[in-house]
Design a protein around this ligand. Structure first.
Ligand SMILES: [Zn+2]
Length: 138
């Protein structure tokens, strides 16, 4: 049986935020817990903790999830566009590369930060940090 999110979070601290607000706040770059502090300290580096509510943000490790989700979204945008362009216009290969490679790169750069914020919001809601290790019988 999976414990509820409140039971999975570390002891102490505020209760986990509701799912949808946590996702939206994180995607907007705000603290998923309170929406008043900033989530990021750099482009993708989470702030050590929220300046407004003190929630530890740097301890939440989203690892490969944001790039995976970003590439999933970008692929579902760029590949259909490439197929439609190929079918309708049959442009030369150099033009396809010149158009869609920068498009994919720009979309990836534009989406990675909101996706990472939403991922951190989801992890905060679920009460997981990403570095949870099973105990080794000590
Ligand atoms: Zn906060």
């Amino acid at each position: 049986m999976v414990p509820p999110p409140s039971a999975a979070r570390p002891t102490g601290g505020p209760p986990p935020p509701p799912l949808l607000p946590a996702l939206l706040r994180g995607a907007a770059g705000a603290c998923p817990a309170c929406s008043k502090g900033r989530l990021f300290h750099g482009f993708l580096r989470p702030a050590p903790s929220c300046s407004a509510c003190g929630t530890g943000l740097a301890r939440i490790r989203s690892d490969d999830a944001p790039p995976y989700v970003t590439l999933f979204i970008v692929g579902h945008i760029v590949v259909p566009l490439m197929l439609m362009a190929e079918r309708a216009l049959a442009p030369p290969l150099w033009l396809m590369v010149a158009l869609f490679l920068p498009l994919a790169a720009l979309l990836s750069l534009g989406l990675i930060r909101p996706v990472k914020g939403a991922t951190i919001g989801l992890m905060l809601h679920l009460g997981i940090t990403g570095d949870d290790q099973p105990s080794r019988g000590t």
